[in-house]
Design a protein around this ligand. Sequence first.
Ligand code: GLU
Length: 405
Amino acid sequence: MVTRYFREAAETIDLPDHLYEVLETSYRETDVQVPVHKDDGSLAIYRGYRVQHNGARGPYKGGIRYHPAVDINEVRALASLMTWKTALLNLPFGGAKGGVNVDPSELSERELEALTRRFTQSISHILGPYRDVPAPDMNTNPQVMAWLMDAYSAKAGYTPAIVTGKPVAFGGAPGRREATGRGVVFTLEQALHREGRTLEGVDIAIQGFGNVGTWAAKTAVEKGARIVAISDIEGGVRRDDGIDVDAAIALVAAGRSVIELPDVDQLEGGEVLLTACDVLIPAALGEVITKENQDDVQAEWIVEGANNPTTPDADQALHDRGVKIIPDILANGGGVTGSYFEWTQNIQQFTWEEAIFNERLEKRMKRAVDETLDAAERWDVRPRRAAFAIAIERVAEAAHMRGYV
Ligand code: GLU
């Protein structure tokens, strides 16, 4: 999928032939064994990956996910997506991604800590505040980042800038946790603004009620939108008058599901994607909007909180029938932009107030929306193609100036 998006965008900017291979393939792919002693005395062996895709514009940057479906292909694709995301947001980073093929819900807290420390040790020689800086992704959180930072610092000395998305208690930036979800809404707000509209009265459906979904919901409601449908791993719910987002957050925080909310209609599995709404925010897994279900998507806008939620065939078909898509590398770029703010504060050992963090996040996200949508008009292409093209141009120029290619 990512290669397809890359190639069509590369055509838009007439990328010289010799750059295709350099920019399509990873710089380094690390694949390690992660043994963990389980609480019951048995030994479990997991597989861990860190793929560094391109570092022309700065240290490699990208999250680490814990999920049973993690494999080298997925991590490779997501690493490349990070290169284009950081370039599009104009952050001084390259792109990377990591993951372990584990279902963290089956691990105890102690096992999760052991897994994280072991994985960190195994990849620490390729990490560094000016080399590669991980962050949270699917099923990882500030606590996991704290263990990673502690494991790295045990050898290197106190190094908060080795990872972002840390707890605010030490080195985490106030605002980082909320940044991806808030950023999703800032991009939508700016896209609507360009059409002379606001979020007031806009109906939104959100697939996934984790970190991205919850903060997107909260921010959208603050700005006058209505969340008409949400889902989590257990199922989905709908309420035409708007779901009580705080009640849903409280339920999930208590380890329960949104399906337990009172006064709602229940939705089956993927129905949240197809329910009536103005805006659909996929904020869970990849490849959920496909050729098979795209015809039934009713939204006018899709804002991609997740990475890779739309397959290329569906993307084209949706565009052809007028559905407007804010692509992942733009829509969810608030996370890594927030990570940049955290990293820069760690390096300077100077903390910003949260209001300043949010102001700068909003400004950067909205600027990137304008750059992308202006370029889409100029080149007469879909916003996704424009976003990739802008990013590829920036990375190619840096690689060339540094003498790589
Ligand atoms: N995992 C997030 C993403 O996919 C954040 C990465 C980061 O902050 O480095 O963009």
